[in-house]
Design a protein around this ligand. Structure first.
Ligand code: NAD
Length: 360
């Protein structure tokens, strides 16, 4: 078992990573004694795969637990799902002694975290991520929320979990496309903070897709360490935490313009990182050689790097509505070199249009 600790002024919590951990979750929760009752929130896919078993094992430990689920998919990360879950909690008679268990990918983590943050003005949440993307990124750092049809992650709050419990073995049931999506966020971490992580991803690619548990566990630990380090320095994203948005300004706009059900978050971020890397070259920061290395890695993971069907004008308009605008200017997280970012770099519409047209 590898345990990392995320310490903030407001909270401190463990991130436990261990193959087979899922089997011990019920006993762990009983020992931690977080609340009088528990509600597992999951999506329709993960509820069937792991939710019912977790519920049963918690009951066996004598814990009072219920399981709620909503349809899988980013298109369900919206206010209607959030409201329905709040009403179900109230119907169940949940009060402030209830603890939410967020069991699923990043969508479940964000929705269930937001439900926990606001139900009766805030109750505890334990994150149990089940996708690679959620293990290496979404489950850590306390960002919770939902999308609007017109804007990604627009409604939400910070609400740190009490614990993050990661079992790399559950990745065994994940589709290869979801491994790809998780690797996109790993590439992000390598690009912004640790070039040796990129070396690792390049050298172990086959092992990730073959489901090699120990290599995946090492990947998860390395990525969680980067995220923990950044969040500990800047919980509410007033400075350095913005680096985690590398590729996201463009990626979020792409998710909205193509439609949440059409492009995955990971694929959108992969394309967003290519745009950001090319912008970094065009404004005279990153070398072309390093930009090409990032693109080659994303292509090797399996992402198709093309913006042939996307409207430059629509995407720029959407980015201008994004919450990362400051004083009306589009600001990007760009790369100085692989492993080192430049925050808040103002970029002109013409620069963005030129990069996008180069990817058509
Ligand atoms: P997801 O939650 O939609 O999961 C992808 C698919 O995998 C779903 O269909 C799900 O049912 C299925 N699934 C999950 N675990 C499985 C398993 N073990 N076996 C089989 N199928 C499984 O998508 P995601 O990529 O995990 O998360 C993307 C979301 O995360 C986006 O909404 C993004 O905005 C958010 N995110 C949040 C943060 C944060 O800091 N809060 C950071 C990064 C991303």
């Amino acid at each position: 078992m590898k345990t990392l600790t995320l310490t903030l002024d407001s909270a401190s919590y463990p991130i436990m990573i261990d193959a087979g951990l899922m089997k011990g979750v019920a006993a762990l929760l009983k020992k931690e004694n977080l609340g009088g009752r528990y509600v597992i929130i999951s999506d329709s896919t993960v509820a069937k795969l792991y939710g019912t078993d977790l519920e049963q094992s918690m009951k066996k430990e004598g814990l009072d637990v219920s399981l709620l689920s909503f349809p899988a998919g980013e298109e369900h990360k919206h206010l209607k799902t959030y409201t329905a879950l709040q009403e179900q909690l109230f119907e169940l008679g949940c009060d402030r002694s209830t603890t939410i268990i967020a069991l699923g990918g990043g969508v479940v983590g964000d929705v269930a975290g937001f439900v926990a943050a606001t139900y009766m003005r805030g109750i505890p949440v334990v994150q149990i991520p089940t996708t690679l993307l959620a293990m290496v990124d979404a489950s850590i750092g306390g960002k919770t929320g939902v999308d609007l049809e017109t804007g990604k992650n627009i409604v939400g709050v910070f609400h740190q979990p009490r614990m993050v419990l990661i079992d790399p073995e559950v990745l065994g049931s994940l589709e290869a496309d979801e491994i790809k999506n998780g690797l996109a966020e790993c590439v992000k971490h390598g690009c912004i903070a640790d070039v040796t992580l990129l070396d690792f991803i390049e050298s172990k690619m086959d092992a990730f897709f073959a489901g090699n548990a120990s290599v995946l566990a090492e990947l998860i630990v390395r990525n969680c360490s980067i995220k923990v380090d950044v969040v500990m320095q800047d919980e509410k994203e007033s400075g350095i935490r913005k680096m985690l948005n590398y590729g996201h300004t463009f990626g979020h706009a792409l998710e909205v313009s193509r439609g949440y059900a059409t492009i995955s978050h990971g694929a959108a971020i992969a394309l967003g990182m290519v745009v950001a890397a090319r912008l970094s070259v065009s404004v005279g920061r990153l070398s072309k050689l390093e930009c090409d290395r990032q693109i080659a890695l994303l292509e090797r993971i399996g992402f198709k790097i093309t913006l042939a069907d996307d409207s430059v004008e629509d995407i720029i308009k959407l980015m201008k509505k994004d919450k990362k605008m400051i004083d009306g200017a589009l600001k990007f997280v760009l790369l100085e070199r692989l492993g080192k970012v430049d925050l808040d770099v103002a970029v002109t519409d013409a620069d963005i249009a030129a990069v996008m047209r180069g990817m058509a």
